[in-house]
Design a protein around this ligand. Structure first.
Ligand code: KPL
Length: 296
């Protein structure tokens, strides 16, 4: 198995988690950091009862060495600018994998760099930063990776296959849309009501909101030719809420921390598709405006 050299752009909790797992499966890893940091950078990874220190070489965008394999784990709204900052280190043979929440950035990137043809992924792994250099792997989930119209994985996928619960997805468009649909039903509501995911089922007034939102999202999903996702959406949303009941959604965390949210790449993308099909989605539209008013 050839283990490649992956650069990880977006060294937040998720980026560091994947850096650690890829290093474990034999890949060389370099973290792309914003400013000069210790090189190597030492990070502590907590996983269940296990705590270990890991070391990663670092680089900044200003360096010039070519990048063969790039994993992007930034926030959705940073993907295009972050990859652009490394464009001088990428060429037609560079493999780029986008593992960010939401939709829309892959086509923005392809518009700017038509030769890039990024792979996309979606993950339900949970990780958060305990402190600047300490990451906690909080919830074990599944990761699905693919590229539209490509049933078989490329050679670089071999060490990824060794990661726990990481699959090549033949229908990545559906996988990404399903994650978007679930996030549309959960994230903005939790942000606006400042509540844990589980409260969306335990508080009857919020459970009714979830139902109404799922109806709108299902209508858009059907129009976008994701009928099976539309049919199973309400049940899937309930399952995710139950599995993550004690979580604060990423959007609520962003609002609380005063960060920009990913609403434009989540509900904003749903509404773009709704508009294309002439579907009014007033509840989603209202949530988008409310989240924007909260500052994101
Ligand atoms: O993906 C999530 C997020 O917070 O962004 C969910 C599934 C809603 C878990 O919190």
């Amino acid at each position: 198995m050839t283990a490649h050299h992956w650069h990880v752009l977006g060294a937040g909790a998720m980026g560091c988690l994947f850096a650690a797992r890829l290093q474990d499966s034999g890949c060389d890893i370099t973290l792309v950091v914003r400013d000069t940091r210790p090189d190597p950078l030492a990070l502590v990874l907590e996983d269940g009862e296990d705590t270990r220190e890991m070391k990663f070489p670092t680089t900044t965008a200003a360096d010039r060495a070519p990048i063969s394999h790039l994993l992007v784990t930034t926030k959705a709204y940073d993907v295009v600018d972050a990859v652009s900052s490394l464009a001088h280190r990428l060429d037609r043979d560079s493999q780029v994998l986008l593992l960010a929440n939401g939709l829309g950035f892959a086509s923005e990137l392809s518009g700017r760099y038509p030769w890039l043809a990024p792979y996309c992924g979606t993950t339900t792994e949970g990780a958060y930063r305990v402190s600047s250099f300490r990451i906690r792997h909080a919830g074990h989930g599944a990761t699905r990776i693919g590229r539209s119209g490509e049933p078989n994985p490329p050679a670089w996928f071999a060490p990824w296959r060794a990661l726990e619960n990481c699959l090549w997805e033949q229908d990545i468009d559906s996988a990404l849309w399903e994650k978007l649909a679930v996030n549309c039903a959960i994230n903005p509501l939790t942000a606006v009501h400042d509540c844990r995911n589980g409260e969306l089922l335990s508080r009857p007034e919020l459970a009714r909101e979830v139902d109404a939102l799922c109806n709108e999202i299902a209508r858009v999903s059907e129009a976008a030719e994701f009928a099976p996702i539309a049919a199973g959406l309400r049940a899937r949303v309930e399952e995710v809420i139950r599995n993550t009941a004690s979580n604060h959604s990423s959007m609520l965390q962003d609002c609380r921390a005063g960060r920009t949210t990913e609403i434009d790449y989540i509900t904003g993308q749903l509404l773009r598709v709704a508009d294309l099909h002439g579907i009014a989605a007033p509840r989603n539209r209202s949530l988008l405006e409310q989240v924007k008013r909260l500052g994101g």
